[in-house]
Design a protein around this ligand. Structure first.
Ligand SMILES: Nc1ncnc2c1ncn2[C@@H]1O[C@H](COP(=O)(O)OP(=O)(O)OP(=O)(O)O)[C@@H](O)[C@H]1O
Ligand SMILES: [Mg+2]
Length: 162
């Protein structure tokens, strides 16, 4: 079982393309926690997820709005950005509303600057983006009790070249 892997992302299109494959195959109630320095590619990846879900409206960074919801795709996409918040403010947001799927329709929850969270869901996929040489990026993907469906497993195996 794959629990951690690193993928080299040569250019923004590679970041977006990884997002597209995730958006095509992730199941409802998937939580994606994105970490990485300023400009590491978090929003680019979520834009890919949106494309993979079939959302046609532009996915814009929710740095100021905190959350943007998109409901025109295969599943709802809840895109959050905690950059401007302190961990004690994040606690008051009751983010679990988005992954419990009772009050909101079950969808994909993608959270930028997830390191601002002082608690995490029981299961999630962690994507840590970092800057590499020549402006490229790398993403380290770690599964935390995240149940991968066959399609997602196949995607990751493809990236690992096996
Ligand atoms: N693999 C890559 N190689 C080179 N450039 C990339 C790569 N992935 C994304 N970029 C570029 O990096 C820039 C910043 O991307 P993006 O806005 O997605 O980062 P971010 O992590 O969301 O930033 P912020 O910290 O401000 O939220 C964009 O111009 C994007 O096209
Ligand atoms: Mg961003």
């Amino acid at each position: 079982m794959i629990s951690a892997m690193k993928i080299f992302l040569t250019g923004a299109e590679a970041t977006r393309s990884l997002g597209v494959t995730l958006g095509k195959y992730l199941s409802a109630n998937s939580v994606i926690l994105l970490e990485g320095d300023l400009g590491a590619g978090k929003t680019t990846l979520v834009q890919g997820i949106g494309e993979g879900l079939g959302i046609t409206e532009p996915i814009v960074s929710p740095t100021f709005t905190l959350i943007n919801e998109y409901t025109t795709g295969r599943l709802p996409l809840y895109h959050l950005d905690l950059y401007r918040l302190e961990p004690q403010e994040v606690v008051t947001l009751n983010l679990e509303t988005y992954w419990e799927g009772f009050e909101v329709a079950p969808g994909i929850v993608a959270i930028e600057w997830a390191d601002r969270m002082s608690y995490q869901p029981h299961s999630y996929l962690s994507l840590h983006l970092s800057h590499e040489d020549q402006g490229n990026r790398q993403v380290e993907i770690t599964s935390h009790n995240f149940v991968m469906n066959a399609e997602i497993l196949a995607v990751f195996k493809h990236y690992l070249g096996s």
